[in-house]
Design a protein around this ligand. Structure first.
Ligand code: PHE
Length: 341
């Protein structure tokens, strides 16, 4: 480098040649640094002005600065050219055919059971019920014993229980949650417990695994009328209109009095069809006033507190709501069927 005896004209000329020769942005940056950087030729030249005759300094300084600006302008222009050339090359080499069909992504949706469960939860949380969960593997005590179903009780057979080797079982209903919630706590209680339950049963309206939702409320001065009010409100919320319910007297060891509730079949409007086995009504679940013995077992005074409980099939509710004729459609996981719901 001729930093000691800089010849401005030569410097500028050389810079111009090198800038024009820079084949890409990377090279151009290197050229800029060589001439215009802090340690570059132009800076060296400006520094050496101090060695000139004082009368010369002003003129040489002005010329040097003007040359610097021209080099800068040349570099900037080259940069613009290189960038434009780069873009043009990309455009020339890549073809974007906007008329090509896109690849459609299939979006999934929530399972009908999940939809219905969420809707149920929403209704009851708006009434101040909490949401509780119990385990699917349960003790005999919580699933039967504490619910006033002793070992020799026929209700045990009715529920076709799956037993595990260690004596525990797959819960046959969500009523086990009643015992778990009450244990060691005092009323008032107000909760729902949705979840999976298991029974040894398979038919168009039964599956070995199905979903129930338990509703439970204990307080002072609770009546069967309160229970009915909640259930009618629940039905209206789920179906978006009033639904017809029927209460048939029934027996559950853990409620007294007890009732079986049916809803009017929506598929045939009570005329009788395959879905409701020609009955015109579909079983929805069981309900009743909590048996005093159950409260006593959980150390709650039945003279002071009463309550109601109900347990219904979530799957049945989904069938009702979406008009699904067969329970298995919900569980076979056939997307073609589920997509129609
Ligand atoms: N657990 C009962 C069943 O599964 C339903 C039920 C719940 C009945 C609560 C009364 C009260 O059949």
């Amino acid at each position: 480098m001729t930093a000691d005896k800089p010849d401005l004209g030569t410097l500028e000329e050389r810079a111009g040649v090198e800038i024009a020769a820079a084949g890409d942005l990377h090279e151009l940056t290197a050229v800029r640094a060589r001439y215009l950087g802090k340690k570059g030729s132009v800076a060296a030249l400006l520094r050496s002005i101090g060695e000139l005759e004082p009368s010369e300094r002003g003129r040489v300084g002005q010329e040097a600065n003007a040359a610097k600006q021209r080099i800068e302008a040349a570099a900037a222009a080259r940069k613009g050219d290189l960038e434009r050339a780069g873009r043009e090359q990309v455009l020339a080499s890549q073809r974007l055919d906007v008329s090509l069909r896109g690849t459609a992504t299939r979006t999934g949706h929530l399972h009908p059971i999940t939809h219905v469960t969420r809707d149920m939860v929403q209704f009851f949380t708006s009434l101040g019920f909490s949401i509780e969960e119990g385990p699917e593997i349960e003790t005999e005590y919580n699933n039967f014993e504490a619910l006033n179903i002793p070992a020799d009780h026929p209700a045990r057979d009715e529920q076709d229980t799956f037993y595990l080797d260690d004596g525990r079982l797959l819960r046959t209903h969500t009523s086990n949650v009643q015992i778990r919630v009450m244990a060691g706590r005092k009323p008032p209680f107000r909760f729902i417990a949705p979840g999976r339950v298991y029974r040894h049963d398979l038919s168009p309206r039964h599956s070995p695994m199905f979903h129930q939702i338990e509703g439970f409320l204990v307080d002072e001065r609770v009546t069967f009328g309160d229970l009915k009010g909640v259930l009618y409100g629940f039905g209206r919320h789920l179906m978006g209109r009033d639904i017809e319910l029927r209460f048939r007297s029934n027996h559950f060891p853990f409620t007294e009095p007890s009732a079986e509730m049916d809803y009017a079949c929506v598929l045939c409007d009570k005329q009788g069809c395959a879905a409701c086995s020609q009955h015109g009504w579909m079983e929805w679940g069981g309900c009743g006033m909590i048996h005093p013995k159950v409260l006593e077992r959980c150390e709650i005074d039945p003279d002071r507190y009463q309550g109601f409980a109900f347990g219904m099939g979530i799957d049945r509710t989904a069938m009702l709501r979406y008009g699904i004729p067969q329970l298995r459609h919900l569980f076979e996981g056939d997307v073609r069927v589920l997509e129609q719901i």
